[in-house]
Design a protein around this ligand. Structure first.
Ligand code: ZN
Ligand code: ZN
Length: 275
């Protein structure tokens, strides 16, 4: 199994760290997790055609994780996708998908008629919404989903991918929570989000102490993520979803290493990890 980090950023714009998205590939399956800003450009750079993706999983419906959804669908059609999209996500995904597709209905209708392509299967979107936990099988890949704690977001999920007795766990957006620690136990790789303490300064009325406190409070901080990783006994910790996107890397590595006992890998866009 292979993990490709497509976007390691957050809502703040950074040309080196695109919006949240990851790709998991096995011998015969390709699963996309989230589709944040720039996902289609990153897929192109990673040499993956959106026509070939087997399923799209949403961790939650925050815009930094789903904002390029329509771009993904329309560009998959332009990449000659001839099969429906299988989309899995939290409660609300059906409504979200419908609203986005409705917003672009007129332009799509015109394109379909004018461009006269032989298939419109790429616009056939099959959406499945999660329960509190469960699993799906895609050929040689098993995907477990579980709730994480990203309150006030009501429905947010993490995933474990199991292939050839190897396990990859993706935290999604979450503060430290028991469920993540449970599902991530003994993962070969834990891909975890991080909010880096001390790197964002309060600036003006648009970013108050309360803003910083609240944002930090629904993420996992740099002083917590190493402890979480230690509890899970994961073999490798990879960090992503950096808030903020620019920070002192060696300082972050040292802080996390103190708790985890091993140095974490600082995720970068297009970094690929074999599992
Ligand atoms: Zn979020
Ligand atoms: Zn996010």
């Amino acid at each position: 199994m292979k993990l490709t980090l497509l976007g390691t950023g957050c809502p703040s714009v950074d040309h080196k760290r695109y919006g949240a998205a990851n790709l998991v590939t096995t011998k015969n399956k390709k699963i996309l997790i989230d589709c944040g800003s720039g996902v289609t450009q990153r897929l192109k750079k990673a040499n993956i055609s959106s026509a070939d993706i087997d399923a799209l999983f949403f961790t939650h419906l925050h815009s930094d994780h789903v904002v390029d959804f329509y771009q993904l669908v329309i560009s998959s059609w332009h990449s000659y996708r001839t099969k429906p999209w299988k989309i899995y996500g939290p409660k609300g995904t059906k409504k979200f998908v419908k609203k986005i597709m409705d917003a672009w209905k007129d332009e799509r209708r015109q394109r379909i008629k004018y461009e006269a392509r032989s298939s419109i299967k790429a616009f056939d979107l099959k959406v499945t919404e999660f329960n509190s936990k469960g699993s799906y099988s895609f050929g040689d890949l098993k995907i477990q989903y579980f709730e994480v704690d990203h309150k006030p977001v009501k429905y947010a999920y993490g995933f474990s991918f199991i292939n050839n007795s190897k396990k990859l766990t993706i935290s999604g957006d979450t503060k430290p929570c028991e469920n993540l620690m449970k599902y991530a136990q003994n993962s070969d790789v834990l891909l975890h989000e991080v909010f880096i303490v001390g790197e964002i300064k309060e600036t003006n009325k648009m970013r108050t102490k309360k803003t910083l406190h609240n944002v930090q409070n629904y993420h996992t901080t740099s002083t917590q993520v190493g402890k979480v990783a230690l509890i899970t006994q994961c073999k490798k910790l990879v960090l992503t979803h950096f808030v903020p996107t620019r920070f002192n890397k060696s300082k972050l590595i040292n802080i996390v290493k103190k708790d985890y006992g091993k140095a974490p890998i600082i995720g970068e866009d297009l970094l690929t990890i074999k599992i």
